[in-house]
Design a binder for this molecule. Sequence first.
Ligand code: NI
Length: 191
Amino acid sequence: MAALYSHPSAAGILRESTAELRSMAVLDILQFPDSRLRKVAEPVSDFDQNLGVLIDDMIETMYEASGIGLAATQVNVHQRVFVMDLSEDRSAPQAFVNPVISVLDEETDVRQEGCLSIPGFYEDIARPRSVRIDAKDRTGADSSATLDGLAAVCVQHEVDHLDGKLFLDYLSALKRQRIRRKLEKAQKQSA
Ligand code: NI
């Protein structure tokens, strides 16, 4: 939490000026095979206080779940927003709004991926190793970055979520079915 205070946001400042102070909330994360994970998210048009609140809640939710990335789709908000923090000490949260990815190097790297919506499963996935991302921040300002390594994987994984795609879609149908059955069983047992 301390880390977030060192990155004061426009939304945070706005919020402090309102009469009712709101603390950040941990949101529910949709679990595969929930069909809402398949919705395609809409572009964000209003860079307002609500967007700031959503981003702060998503960061809180990502930290609570010990994730390195979280897309709005996963918390059942179908807007093109994701958050990411690849720092060791969880001190560098970033938010990407209306992200667009361009592949810079078609050469692929294979890395093990997991997903907060597919708990307990990790699979090797091949993705382009170098990408450029263009996005807006929570204030609507443009940003862009050239990424490789884990960051390149993470942003591709999160933008897939916004398009209703999961890393399981890169696996064989058989493997996907197996994971689906195991998760459905686990969800029934915990219900
Ligand atoms: Ni994911």
